[in-house]
Every structure is written in structure tokens, then in C-alpha cells.
Write a protein that binds this ligand. Structure first.
Ligand SMILES: *Cc1c(COP(=O)(O)O)cnc(C)c1O
Length: 415
């Protein structure tokens, strides 16, 4: 431990970090240690420029012509391919649109329709809740359909997969613990039973490399406002493997997914390929901010990103356990780096208050009920010295009991 407890050694890690200069591209308030890019990624100058151009020139001056002249109409597919590179999807299989919740709905129905003789959806009891809620919604609209939950109907997801299962909806990285699943192995297991898999990549896209095509995945969904830095409410993405394209039906059959939207035909005819996952008009200003964010991602080598991510999370765990051992924090994330996404969670009975005290001192993470403090590590703009500073401040809050101030117990709507 002595080596990493030395600030000079940590400054040397930043000096040697090839991704270090990327931080300049982001708009980060001075002195802020931002460890919440797994909830809302940081703005970039590139995103602001895109927003400005889209608003003042394209909307402001060119108006309706911009659908053609500024490429607005094709943006969901163009940006989809750029997200695709980050998640191991060859071109033509990913489209940016709607929200993750809505894309889960579309993908679940599409998967169920591909397995008409089966009625069961399997997902995780410990999933980010919207995934479960959307699965419940799908079940409620399909007579005879039912839901099996890991942790409730059986301890592991693998035990729930049999010949009745149409589709498995599963997170690659758990939102709370940061635990990583083996995509290729679970996909293979589901396929052996004839089931399809939808991978939720909300905590994967922009956090670590993943190979959807290589794992033979069927579908995937994910959001772009977390690690991808697309901005608050930026549109999500949905992936479907090419082999399914001809047969995919999804129920939100709006005109943007039509084969000939501007023919204004009387009846729906599904568009070619991944385009059929589109529904209606997309939020172009949000798409443009995402485009700016993806301009930065185009330059990023995902293997280098993963190396730094693991360096940051390893350092955070080591420093917290060294400095704060006496204060009852328990590691909730995998100690084994190979099983860890790009976040670290610690539990504590007063996690909420401690997190508020951290935020008041400029270290931003978040709280997940009932007792988790979650820290996201985003290698494009978080430095090793940020990790050091965060732990210094955490240690101070715990040692002095500063978190016991009554104002830190007041709960906000968004935690
Ligand atoms: C963040 C997150 C979502 C968010 O869904 P929205 O529809 O964009 O609000 C969904 N699933 C998981 C696993 C998430 O982490």
C-alpha cells in the first residue's frame, strides 16, 4: 500500500496516462470530482458546438430544409453505426432512438414474436427496475405470457432458462454492484435452449469494450446519456442482429419505421433492416448533442479505455479500504477486476447522508436505496488524482462525522 498512498506516485500515473489529455475536451467545473458519469455523463465542447449549430443555423435559418440538407432524417441510423463500433456491432444493426425503456418494450415484443410457441420472459430480480417494469408491461399485453425473475424464482438466471423461455433480458453490468456478466457464455446457454437474449448495455456502452456480434447476441439496448456523454435525456439505442432483420415485428409501428414514410400509404409496411425499430420523429437537438459526444468517442481505443478504467477502480478500492477501513464501509462490487464494470459501490447504513456530505464538498457520486454509495469512473475525464482527492474527502467526512449534520438527511426526489 505504501506506494499508492503516495500522492507523487499518483500524479505520475496521470502524467503517464495516454487518455489524460481527453479531459480538456470536456466542460468540467474547476475543483469538481465527478464520479457520476454512470448516471449523467459530462458535457463536451463538441456537444455544445453541435447544439449551437443545430439550433441557430439549421433550425433557426434553414428550418424544414434541414431534414435533408443537415442529414436530420438519417441521423438515427448514422449515429447508430457509430455507437455500434463501441459495442462490437457491425454497421446496419444499431439505431439511436427513443428511450431505453421504450426500446426494451420493442425488443421484448420482437423477441416474443420470433418465438411464437413460447411464453416466458426471464430477467433479473436485481435489475435496474425499469427493465422489470417494462417486462411486466409486455406480459400484461400478451395472453399466456409470464415472467421469471432471477433471485426470486431461482438463485441464478441460468437455472431459469428452459424450453418454455422465449427471451432472456439481462444486464451486462449490474447498475448497483457493477458486476459484469459473461456475455458469450450466457448467450450460448440461452441459444442451446432455443431462447433469444436481449442485452441491456446501459452500464457497458462507453464503459468497457464488448463484442455483440462475436457473442452472437440477438438484441441489445442501452442509453447514451451515461458513459457516452450524450446529454440529459439523450436518445437510447437498440441493436438487432442482421440474421433476425427480415422477421422482426415490433408493435410501435410508427411512420419512421415504415418502408416508405413519405409515400403516406394507408397501411404499415416495415422498413428495411434495423430501421423498422424506429417509431416517430426523433429529438433532433438531443441527437445533435450526442453526435458531438460521439465525435470524441470515434477517437477512443476501447482497450486503452478499459485499462484505465480498471486502474481507476482498483486504486479507489485500495485507497478506500486502506484509509476508511474503520468506518464500516463494505465493498459491494467485485474485487476481481475481470468481473467489474467501470463503477465501484460501497454499502454503509448511512450511505445517503455520507453521499450528501461528499456532494457538498464537490465529490459527486450517487446513492441507490437502501444503502449503496455508487461511484462511476469515466476514463475520458476522471484522473487518478481525482480518485485520491475523493478518498481524502471521504475519509475526512467519516473521521469527523461531518455527515451527521441534519441537512444531509433531507431526501431529494432524484438521488
Ligand atoms: C439507466 C438505465 C435505464 C434508463 O432507462 P430510460 O428509459 O432511459 O430512463 C434502463 N435500464 C438500465 C439498466 C439503466 O441503467
Amino acid at each position: 500500500m505504501t506506494a499508492i498512498c503516495d500522492l507523487a506516485a499518483i500524479e505520475a500515473m496521470d502524467a503517464a496516462d495516454a487518455l489524460g489529455p481527453m479531459r480538456e475536451r470536456f466542460v468540467l467545473p474547476d475543483g469538481l470530482v465527478y464520479l457520476d458519469g454512470n448516471s449523467l455523463g459530462v458535457a463536451s465542447s463538441a456537444a455544445f458546438r453541435e447544439l449551437q449549430t443545430a439550433a441557430s443555423e439549421e433550425w433557426g435559418q434553414d428550418l424544414i430544409r434541414s431534414w435533408n440538407t443537415a442529414g436530420w432524417f438519417d441521423m438515427p441510423l448514422e449515429l447508430g453505426d457509430r455507437v455500434g463500433r463501441l459495442i462490437g456491432a457491425a454497421a446496419g444493426q444499431t439505431v439511436v432512438c427513443d428511450t431505453t425503456s421504450i426500446n426494451i418494450y420493442k425488443a421484448l415484443h420482437a423477441a416474443m414474436a420470433l418465438r411464437p410457441d413460447r411464453s416466458v420472459i426471464v430477467t433479473e430480480g436485481g435489475s435496474f427496475p425499469t427493465d422489470i417494469y417494462m417486462a411486466e408491461g409486455v406480459v400484461s399485453t400478451r395472453p399466456g405470457a409470464s415472467l421469471r425473475l432471477e433471485g426470486i424464482d431461482a438463485p441464478t438466471i441460468e437455472e431459469l432458462i428452459d424450453g418454455d423461455v422465449a427471451v432472456v433480458l439481462v444486464n451486462h453490468v449490474n447498475y448497483k454492484s457493477g458486476e459484469l456478466r459473461d456475455m458469450a457464455t450466457l448467450t450460448k446457454k440461452a441459444h442451446e435452449h432455443g431462447a433469444l437474449v436481449i442485452w441491456d448495455l446501459c452500464h457497458t456502452a462507453g464503459a468497457l469494450p464488448v463484442d455483440l456480434d462475436g457473442a452472437n447476441a440477438d438484441f441489445a439496448v442501452g442509453c447514451t446519456y451515461k458513459y457516452l456523454n450524450g446529454g440529459p435525456g439523450a436518445p437510447a439505442f437498440v441493436y438487432a442482429a442482421t440474421r433476425h432483420h427480415g422477421d422482426i415485428r415490433q408493435p410501435l409501428s410508427g411512420w419512421w419505421g415504415h418502408a416508405r414514410p413519405f409515400a403516406f400509404e394507408k397501411h404499415y409496411a416495415a422498413g428495411q433492416g434495423i430501421r423498422r425499430f424506429l417509431c416517430g420523429t426523433q429529438p433532433i437537438l438531443s441527437m445533435r448533442a450526442l453526435k458531438g459526444a460521439l465525435d470524441i468517442w470515434d477517437e477512443v481505443d476501447m482497450a486503452a479505455l478499459r485499462q484505465k478504467s480498471l486502474g481507476l477502480t482498483d486504486l479507489f478500492i485500495a485507497l478506500v479500504e486502506d484509509r476508511c477501513a474503520a468506518h464500516g464501509l463494505e465493498l459491494e462490487s467485485p474485487r476481481d477486476r475481470a468481473k467489474r464494470g467501470s463503477q465501484v459501490s460501497f454499502s454503509h447504513p448511512h450511505a445517503y447522508e455520507i453521499m450528501q456530505a461528499l456532494i457538498a464538498r464537490g465529490v459527486i457520486g450517487d446513492f441507490r436505496a437502501p444503502s449503496t454509495m455508487r461511484f462511476g469512473f469515466t476514463p475520458l475525464y476522471v484522473s487518478y488524482v481525482d480518485v485520491w482527492r475523493a478518498v481524502e474527502i471521504l475519509d475526512e467526512i467519516l473521521r469527523t462525522g461531518a455527515w451527521q449534520d441534519a441537512r444531509f438527511a433531507v431526501r431529494s426526489a432524484v438521488t
